[in-house]
Design a protein around this ligand. Structure first.
Ligand code: FES
Ligand code: FES
Length: 208
């Protein structure tokens, strides 16, 4: 018996693989059906309404979005833009900050359906097409302002939004502007050093 494959063992293995695959398919179908019927829609009608186009980082992206889906979820898990981080998922930490029409928003608290026709900018869209980093990104690199950097993209996007209208802020004004972003490593002093450097680079870029 040793060394020989028993036909029974092979068919049992195939059978188990089939059960696992079938179970996964049934589970996804149940999820789809349940989510749709919870909203009082048939699954087929719901699918038509869920296919939308949104503008992210200058590109139109077609995506299947549930009515209750947040922008953070769509960006990360449908569009693969994982630079946007999910921390608290309830509008407290700012790690999910993106710009919507140039204004910082907590993407965990914005429904994706509400950004149709608006411009969404994430950390992935900041560098220019020739690869040059944005002034805020360059400043962060130069000042090494973060420790674990989980909060970094949220801080950067808030700073980018702020600097669009305040190119010569005081340190206190910048600290106030970033007060909606939390850093668990409490690296605030170094973060503010980076942001003041970012303001300096932004002014230089504007006069270049
Ligand atoms: S994850 Fe959005 S504010 Fe914390
Ligand atoms: S650097 Fe770690 S959370 Fe901010």
């Amino acid at each position: 018996m040793t060394g020989e494959k028993s036909p029974t063992a092979v068919s049992r293995r195939t059978f188990i693989k089939g059960v696992i695959a079938g179970g996964a398919a049934v589970a996804s179908a149940n999820y789809l059906f349940r989510a749709s019927t919870l909203l009082g829609q048939s699954p087929v009608a719901a699918l038509g309404e869920r296919l939308i186009a949104i503008t992210v980082n200058g590109q139109q992206r077609r995506v299947d979005v549930m009515k209750q889906e947040t922008l953070a979820w769509t960006l990360r898990y449908k569009l693969g833009l994982t630079g946007t981080k999910l921390g608290c998922d309830r509008a407290e930490c700012g790690s999910c900050t993106v710009l919507v029409d140039d204004v910082p928003h907590y993407s965990c608290s914005v429904l994706t359906h509400t950004v149709r026709g608006r411009k969404v900018l994430t950390i992935e869209g900041l560098a220019s097409s020739d690869g040059k980093l944005h002034a805020v990104q360059r400043a962060v690199v130069d000042e090494q302002g973060f420790q674990c950097a989980f909060c970094m993209s949220g801080f950067i996007m808030s700073a980018v939004g702020f600097l669009k209208h305040h190119q010569n802020p005081t340190r206190a004004e910048f600290a106030h502007a970033l007060s909606g972003n939390l850093c668990r490593c409490c690296d605030y002093n170094k973060i503010l050093n980076s942001m003041m450097r970012a303001a300096e680079y932004t002014r230089k870029d504007a006069h270049a």
